[in-house]
Ligand binder design. Structure first.
Ligand SMILES: C[S@@+](CC[C@H](N)C(=O)[O-])C[C@H]1O[C@@H](n2cnc3c(N)ncnc32)[C@H](O)[C@@H]1O
Length: 251
């Protein structure tokens, strides 16, 4: 077991959107997701929460934090199928990475996708604590993949706190901080990824999570949540939080 988290800036985050090495590394990520079965992990979790069962006919509002080029969530949308067709998806990332064909593919599935280009800490500062408008409080679901491990300490707590204040359901899939995952990250060169991806993979595992680390950071704040944290496959570590509907008893 790798004792403490070590959060180090990743090379991809320091590269411009159109840097060829960054573009290649984002393609590598898509390949890594296939190897790691990321899409199935997310689809399974979202199906379990049954977020598609809505009380009203209004669209399901989903926010993805650190969405990258939007391709992972597009695969999830396809796999979820037609019962999830009335969805408003916001892809939040500090880089502008979603291209026109990706938006068009979301539209074909009945998903309205928009981007929000903002640093998540600015987003959190807007909505954290005492939200001032509905836009920050009304997500049915916040989902994130390979993102929370970028943050440590106070920043991570701020992001989780904002997510808890503004969503009914939260799901995160992150690198698992374990020796097997670390060994795997050192071997990913065999699938032909570039130097940026090879370096970042190792850093990601060292900054990853295990046990109930995210559960301990989730702010309960008097609201009731059903929490779950578990390993998935060989390399992933998942956390989910579902707000429990409070039943009103007799007065
Ligand atoms: C490892 S990539 C993961 C992308 C996507 N979720 C996936 O799994 O394919 C991390 C993403 O987080 C974004 N990111 C990193 N720090 C951020 C921040 N402080 N605010 C918003 N986005 C950030 C990066 O631009 C990048 O697109």
């Amino acid at each position: 077991m790798i004792a403490a988290r070590i959060v180090t800036p990743e090379a991809l985050d320091g590269l411009a959107e159109d840097d060829p090495a960054a573009m290649r590394s984002r393609c590598d990520l898509q390949r890594l997701h296939r190897v790691m079965g990321t899409r199935s992990t997310i689809v399974r979790a979202l199906r379990e929460i049954n977020a598609s069962r809505q009380e009203s006919s209004r669209p399901l509002r989903i926010l993805e934090l650190g969405a990258g080029d939007g391709s992972l969530m597009l695969g999830v949308a396809r796999a979820l199928g037609p019962t999830w067709s009335n969805v408003e998806l916001t892809l939040l990332d500090r880089q502008n990475l979603v291209d026109a064909p990706t938006f068009a593919r979301y539209a074909e599935l009945g998903w309205t996708a928009i981007t929000e280009i903002v640093d998540v800490l600015d987003w959190a500062a807007r909505g954290n604590g005492a939200p001032t408008d509905n836009a920050t409080t009304s997500w049915d679901l916040i989902v994130t993949n390979l993102f929370l491990h970028h943050f440590e300490g106070t920043e991570l707590a701020v992001v989780l706190s904002a997510a808890a204040a503004s969503s009914k359901y939260f799901f995160a899939c992150e690198p698992r901080r374990a020796w097997l995952a670390l060994a795997g990250s050192r071997l990913i060169g065999v699938i032909g990824v570039n130097a940026v991806t090879r370096g970042d993979a190792v850093l990601s595992v060292r900054a990853g999570f295990r046990d109930k680390e995210l559960t301990k950071l989730w702010p309960i704040r008097g609201r009731d949540w059903k929490l779950g944290e578990y390993p998935s496959g060989l390399f992933s570590h998942c956390f989910r939080a579902q707000r429990i509907k409070l039943e009103c008893g007799p007065e």
